[in-house]
Design a protein around this ligand. Structure first.
Ligand code: SAM
Ligand code: SF4
Ligand code: SF4
Length: 371
């Protein structure tokens, strides 16, 4: 990859302070946005740091030695995260995914998992508590994560070929350690484990078939993700996206596939299964087939900003409310206000208008907001 220098404006500063309407309201669990989408999932980024420098996410040219990551005091504490999560759960969130940066780098992450796993939905149900990781520390941490109450993990793995994988993570991390982490997590009961592969044309698309062959018939569900134009530092170009339809055709030519129904409305991955009973794969077509109309996800950044879309240009500073001593009711009302006003459908608009679309608008980085 050629090194590019991209002047980076720090969008972490571009925040909209959430308004607290004067009439406070108790959560009903039935919030809905301007497009009638309920609030059901929360992704929490627990760190903006990572030990990888994946070329499509944290390219070294931008996230180099001098990059200013957030100071510890800026991060939400575990108590702050749990308090906000409890409010989101009262609003209808039943699924929480921890992400980052690399979430397993956050010190004592097991303690946060332990705290979050004690939360209950208004119906008294435990949460669907999951985590997305690059797998590098999973072999070491899987059992402790399971013991703390984590249900499942999703592991990112972009190639099996050692050279290609090391080129993708750009820190010379060996693939065998990630495969070890996946096995250990499986044995610890953190399944069903999903494996996410971001496909970037010319970089790892030759790994589509080897990955499919490797995971076919295994307990793991491989999902192919279209390389997205998140953030502004990865220099995204449409011709580097391998459309899911092409991924499907390439696999089906060797291993016939048939479509299967989604597990639930709003599932991001389209499901396909091998006709010979070798299990299933997922295709996440964030670029070629937008799924905004079913998007029920909110994102909480490492420093406590609420984002209502992965492609948002600004967040709503919940940490400011927490640290200003606002009550649960006030924070809850502010969140309700933000969600009701939500009209985001970035991917749909991109699909509808790829040519005239404003790719230059500065968007928040994936490593900061969490994938
Ligand atoms: N570090 C963890 C990991 O890699 O799994 C969690 C955070 S990472 C930002 C979450 C997911 O976002 C990963 O599966 C990663 O591959 C995906 N991702 C990052 N940048 C992406 C991009 N430009 N397009 C598509 N997916 C991306
Ligand atoms: Fe790190 Fe995950 Fe981004 Fe790769 S995708 S740089 S592992 S945060
Ligand atoms: Fe959801 Fe925004 Fe992605 Fe659409 S573009 S699916 S609204 S996160």
């Amino acid at each position: 990859m050629t090194d590019r220098f991209i002047p980076l404006v720090d969008r972490r500063l571009a925040t909209t302070g959430p308004t607290i309407p004067s009439s406070l309201e108790a959560p009903t669990g039935l919030l809905s946005d301007t497009l009638a989408r309920p609030l059901q999932d929360l992704r929490i980024s627990v760190t903006d740091r990572c030990n990888f420098r994946c070329v499509y996410c944290m390219p070294k040219a931008v996230f180099g030695k001098d990059y200013a990551f957030l100071p510890h005091a800026a991060l939400l504490s575990f108590e702050e995260i749990t308090r906000l999560a409890r409010i989101f759960v009262a609003h209808g969130v039943g699924k929480i995914r921890l992400t980052g940066g690399e979430p397993l780098l956050r010190k004592d992450i097991e303690r946060l998992i332990d705290m979050l796993s004690a939360l209950r939905t208004p119906e008294g149900q435990p949460l669907d508590l999951t985590l997305t990781t690059n797998g590098s520390l999973l072999a070491r941490k899987a059992q402790a994560l399971k013991d703390a109450g984590l249900k499942r993990v999703t592991v990112s793995l972009d190639a099996l070929d050692e050279t290609v994988f090391r080129r993708m993570n750009d820190v010379d991390f060996p693939v065998v350690d990630v495969l070890d982490g996946i096995e250990t997590a499986h044995k610890a009961g953190l399944g069903p484990i999903k494996i996410n592969m971001v496909v970037k044309r010319g970089m790892n698309d030759q790994e589509i078939l080897p990955m499919a062959r490797h995971f076919k018939g295994s307990p793991f569900i491989l999902r192919f993700i279209e390389y997205m134009d998140v953030g502004t530092s990865n220099g995204w170009k449409m011709d580097e996206v391998v459309p899911s339809a092409e991924v499907m055709r390439r696999i089906a030519a060797e291993m016939p596939l048939e479509a299967i129904d989604p597990n639930y409305t709003g599932e991001t991955a389209e499901r396909w299964r091998y006709r010979d009973g070798g299990g299933e794969i997922g295709l996440i077509s964030s670029v070629t087939q937008a799924f905004c109309s079913d998007c029920t996800r909110a994102r909480l950044s490492t420093e406590g900003k609420l984002y209502t879309c992965l492609f948002a240009t600004g967040g709503h500073d919940l940490r400011a409310l927490v640290r200003a001593g606002r009550s649960d009711e006030e924070i809850s009302t502010a969140i309700a206000h933000v969600w009701r006003a939500r009209a985001d459908r970035y991917s749909e608009l991109r699909t509808a208008n790829t040519t005239g679309f404003d790719q230059a608008t500065r968007k928040v980085e994936m490593s900061y907001i969490g994938g």
